[in-house]
Design a protein around this ligand. Structure first.
Ligand code: GLU
Ligand code: MG
Length: 467
């Protein structure tokens, strides 16, 4: 393990020697190049690659990349803020050697997530991975808290041979059905093998509800590792599918109607090795801090959706009664509330109890999403926020008076409304810092303008193949 949190020009202690040894070992395993991966503000995965022999240089001095990508939109146009989006300047990408893996489904390649650092060696204020790391470190310092997170991944598998731009599902048969598992048998087995080879601990993979839809869940990790893993697993799913003539989309709404692709976040707060969501004296064994944490997330959810469901396509998914959790409500194992309290099976509760946050999709930058969810929960603890009464059943069925009496409200139905909530949310803006907060607002505004006048079908088509 490296000893300093942030990368330094010249290399974190030990990194350069380690990268030198690693590049020899990788070359011996037939690895020719390293994919340096990060996710932009719009939620698009972007990369640079270097030959394996350059790994030590990358660990010492980083790899150049323009900061303009902070304000790139999903369709590759770009917008500007006071300080971002200019063609000037350069950043250095530093691979995190602790997370470097040889890609099982892309022979000849290894992969590592990067931190972005200025040429003068300062953490780049637009670096979402640095933001999440700092948020987690701040929670440890100020509150003695640690977190475990897991991001579920749902995706749609289409035929590569489909007419340009169209989605033709690669499976038939009923939802969650045996037929679908058989149809993609080889591909799914290869995915499991690739995950195992890459050290990714898979909980389960299953055919989902929508046409061609599958889901994978992986073990919970510390938040930065969980976000890295989400990026790696998506890279792996896509690469495996390509080898089978299949095309993958993680878009929240591959089609304008019906159930979409979610990226539900499982999150738990821990102190001194103890899970705060279990063994306490409050409802369902929650501790007072766990209740306040959940209350904080709930209170900030309307604004959070500007980060957790950031695409115009996200709004096509966020519809009632489609398991996307579009109401500010929580409940024990309730799949229509925005927050599902997962208590865990008797015997494993201390280990597994967590909050599942549903209005999150895979257009979200996972580092921004996890950092903002944690910031919201911490605000709940700091302000001793009170968790309201739980909701059972589908909140969509509550009479309007009852919903408003319980504080159950529909999450923003447009990205514009979400951005307005986000702009007014001092807690999230302060957590992100002005550079990232302004990037979020500018990018969302750019996406909104990009789809002005488009109907739902055209919005779905516009984002179908970018996530
Ligand atoms: N596909 C649903 C969503 O968009 C989730 C289904 C499930 O609960 O797994 O969030
Ligand atoms: Mg699912």
């Amino acid at each position: 393990m490296t000893t300093l949190d942030d990368p330094l020009p010249g290399g974190r202690p030990g990194d350069v020697e380690r990268a030198g040894a690693l590049s020899g070992e990788l070359a011996g395993r037939g690895v020719h190049g390293i994919v340096l991966a990060y996710v932009d503000t719009a939620g698009v995965g972007r990369v640079k690659t270097v030959p394996t022999a350059r790994l030590a240089s990358a660990a010492a001095w980083g790899v150049g990349m323009s900061p303009v990508f902070d304000t790139f939109l999903a369709d590759d146009r770009s917008v500007t803020t006071d300080v971002l989006g200019s063609p000037d300047g350069d950043l250095r990408l530093y691979p995190d050697l602790d997370r470097l893996v040889v890609l099982a489904a892309q022979p000849g390649w290894a992969w590592a997530p990067v931190d972005r650092v200025t040429q003068d060696g300062e953490p780049h204020p637009g670096c979402s991975r640095t933001f999440l790391r700092r948020t987690v470190a701040g929670a440890a310092r100020a509150h003695g808290l640690a977190f475990r997170a897991g991001i579920e991944i749902e995706w749609s598998v289409g035929l590569d041979s489909a007419p340009a731009g169209e989605f033709v599902p690669a499976t038939s048969g009923p939802a969650y059905g045996a037929i679908r598992q058989i149809e993609l048998s080889d591909c799914a087995a290869e995915l499991l093998a690739a995950c195992a080879a890459q050290g990714v601990d898979v909980d389960q993979v299953h055919p989902e509800y929508a046409p061609g839809q599958f889901e994978i869940s992986v073990a919970a990790l510390d938040p930065v590792a969980a976000a890295d893993r989400s990026v790696l697993v998506r890279q792996t799913i896509r690469a495996v599918a390509r080898r089978h003539g299949l095309r993958v989309s993680f878009s929240p709404a591959v089609l304008a109607r019906g159930v979409g692709n979610g990226g539900h976040v499982h999150l738990s707060a821990w102190r001194d090795g103890t899970n705060l969501h279990s063994g306490g004296s409050r409802r369902y064994g929650m501790t007072a801090d766990a209740e306040a944490f959940a209350a904080g997330v709930l209170a900030h959810l309307p604004a959070l959706t500007a980060v957790t469901a950031p695409s115009p396509a996200s709004r096509l998914r966020l519809r009632p009664s489609q398991w996307a959790g579009v109401f500010t409500a929580w409940g024990l194992e309730t799949r229509e509330a925005a927050i599902r309290l997962v208590r865990g099976t008797a015997g494993r509760r201390a280990e597994l109890a967590n909050l599942e946050v549903k209005p999150v999709d895979l257009a979200a930058n996972p580092y921004l999403a996890l950092g903002c969810l944690i910031a919201a929960g911490l605000d709940g603890i700091v302000s001793a926020a009170v968790l309201p009464e739980e909701t059972t059943g589908d909140p969509a069925r509550l009479a309007p008076e009852e919903a408003s009496a319980r504080g159950v409200r529909r999450l923003p139905t447009s990205l514009g409304e979400a951005v307005a909530e986000f702009r007014a949310d001092e807690v999230l803006r302060a957590a992100l810092g002005p550079v990232l907060a302004d990037a979020v607002t500018a990018v969302r505004q750019g996406e909104i303008e990009g789809v002005a006048g488009l109907d739902d079908e055209r919005v779905a088509a516009a984002y179908r193949w970018v996530y």
